[in-house]
Design a binder for this molecule. Structure first.
Ligand SMILES: NC(=O)c1ccc[n+]([C@@H]2O[C@H](COP(=O)([O-])OP(=O)(O)OC[C@H]3O[C@@H](n4cnc5c(N)ncnc54)[C@H](OP(=O)(O)O)[C@@H]3O)[C@@H](O)[C@H]2O)c1
Length: 290
């Protein structure tokens, strides 16, 4: 099996490539090979490589910036993915794509994990563009796979955003500055190693459709920060604030905990609890060659 991976050098892509290598021959692709913002580059690159499976880890990921440049988010996450889905359909390649918990957000009173059948309702341009993208992928073929995940952190860090939430917290704590972290957004920050392993398992089983893949349990970003410091034996001045006080440009869901029941029903082991995943991340980063 030939598996092309776009965004192979990104945070999730780097953890996914070695796991996919167990399933077949992996062809890592970058923006220089196929630029989702330049539709004319898409079909020729897909046709040139003719993969059996095309895994798209690439996205426009700047959640706040998308509020002031929605056309840039839409060009990549909506229009680009639509052209990619058509190109894959043309050569009968399975398309595997990643989406986000930010496709939810309209139901502010929600307090039980969201399943794949719950109606989305994004409250940001990023969420809107990602929802359109996952629909293009699923509409283009029943065998295509769309994986919604949340709050990714991995040892490679998000290329576009430069790092991840865990690294940001540790860096700010090292500076000794008081920290204020939002405590009214509940979700499940997820370790890219675990999301990659579950996604590779879904691909190995030939799964198609929409799946939620996140670590277990849930927390607010404030609770996540507190656990990062607890596990790292750090005690910076940490205080909770509201999203309104924080004042980010993009609105985010108050509750976007994703249920992994569908994943488990298929026999894919549900990723471990978020605290255990964080511990594994901290161990991996400590052992990573500098
Ligand atoms: N990060 C999160 O917290 C989070 C949460 C939920 C869902 N997701 C989804 O998970 C997936 C992986 O995210 P990630 O955190 O691994 O992202 P990442 O580390 O920022 O990597 C994104 C990759 O996309 C590539 N890319 C960006 N624009 C491109 C374009 N126009 N054409 C081709 N490639 C392009 C980047 O390549 P360059 O380096 O060349 O720019 C980079 O390799 C994305 O679909 C994202 O929406 C992420």
């Amino acid at each position: 099996m030939k598996i092309a991976v776009l965004g192979a050098a990104g945070q999730l892509g780097r953890d996914l490539v070695p796991r996919l290598a167990a399933l077949g021959d992996v062809v890592p692709l970058s923006r220089a090979d196929l630029d989702l913002a330049r539709p004319e580059t898409i079909a020729p690159a897909v046709a040139a490589h003719r993969p059996d499976v095309f895994v798209n880890c690439a996205a426009y990921n700047f959640v706040d910036r998308a509020e002031t440049e929605p056309e840039a988010a839409v060009a990549v996450n909506d229009f680009g993915v639509r052209v990619l889905a058509q190109a894959c359909q043309t050569i009968w390649a399975k398309l595997v794509h990643f989406s986000t918990d930010y496709v939810f957000g309209l139901d502010e009173r929600r307090a039980t994990p969201l399943s794949e059948t719950d109606a989305p309702g994004p409250v940001s341009w990023y969420g809107t563009s990602k929802l359109r993208g996952e629909r293009h992928v699923l509409d283009a073929g029943a065998n295509n796979l769309a994986v919604r995940t949340c709050g990714l952190y991995g040892v490679w860090g998000s290329g576009g955003k430069g790092g991840n939430f865990v690294e940001t917290m540790l860096r700010l704590a090292a500076k000794g500055a008081p920290l204020r972290v939002v405590s009214d957004q509940r979700c499940t920050p997820s370790y890219t190693a675990d999301v990659a392993a579950a996604t590779a398992d879904l691909i190995a089983r030939g799964a198609g459709g929409l799946f939620h893949v996140v670590n277990g349990g849930d927390c607010t970003w404030y609770e996540f920060a507190a656990e990062i410091f607890r596990q790292s034996d750090l005690a910076p001045a940490l205080a909770p604030i509201t999203s309104a006080e924080f004042g980010a440009a993009a609105k985010r869901p108050a509750y976007s905990v994703l249920s992994t029941a569908k994943l488990a029903a298929l026999g894919v082991p549900a990723p471990r609890d978020w605290r255990a995943a964080l511990a594994a991340y901290l161990a991996e980063r400590a052992n990573r060659p500098k």
